[in-house]
Design a binder for this molecule. Structure first.
Ligand code: ZN
Length: 166
């Protein structure tokens, strides 16, 4: 290989590496919903699981929002309340006409923090505004075992806590 070819190969390889690094840096942004339109579309997609996190306190709640089978604009909202992020959800209310509300079967009330958080998020998103102090993350999957990831740090890393400690 002559020197010119060597330097061309080197350039091609370094260009490829740069592109890969750029893509890797963008990955967390893809998991975090950064516009009101994206966030609303995701939340009301029909079978959404997402996490709201307060930048100020670090407090976070994970929700599941499922569209009612026979209605276009009725969504059942549940909040994750156990260790299994595929099944440990408690029903807390509905979203309809871009408004969250409690129903008789809600397992929490107006003063419960997960209720305050989802109500705050939906109200602001419906008004076209993504609050500075709010992060919205859609679920990821563990690159090792394929399980759902709902903790922002795990989503960012792409590997769940159990697999990361192996
Ligand atoms: Zn895993």
């Amino acid at each position: 290989m002559n020197t010119m070819m060597q330097s061309e190969t080197k350039n091609a390889v370094s260009a490829m590496l740069d592109a890969t690094l750029d893509e890797m840096e963008q990955l967390p942004q893809r998991r975090q919903l950064k516009s009101t339109a994206d966030a609303l579309a995701f939340i009301l997609a029909g079978k959404a699981i997402f996490t709201l996190k307060s930048k100020a306190t670090g407090t976070r709640y994970t929700y599941r929002v499922s569209r009612a089978k026979d209605k276009q604009d009725l969504f059942f909202v549940s909040v994750l309340s156990g260790p299994d992020n595929t099944s440990d959800y408690n029903y807390i209310g509905v979203i309809s006409n871009r408004v969250f509300r409690l129903t008789q079967k809600s397992s929490m009330n107006r003063t419960s923090k997960p209720i305050i958080a989802i109500d705050f998020a939906v109200r602001h998103l419906a008004a076209g505004n993504l609050p500075e102090q709010l992060e919205i993350w859609h679920e990821g999957r563990c690159g090792l075992c394929g399980r759902k990831l709902t903790v922002p740090e795990s989503i960012e890393r792409g590997i769940g806590p159990e697999c990361a400690s192996k």
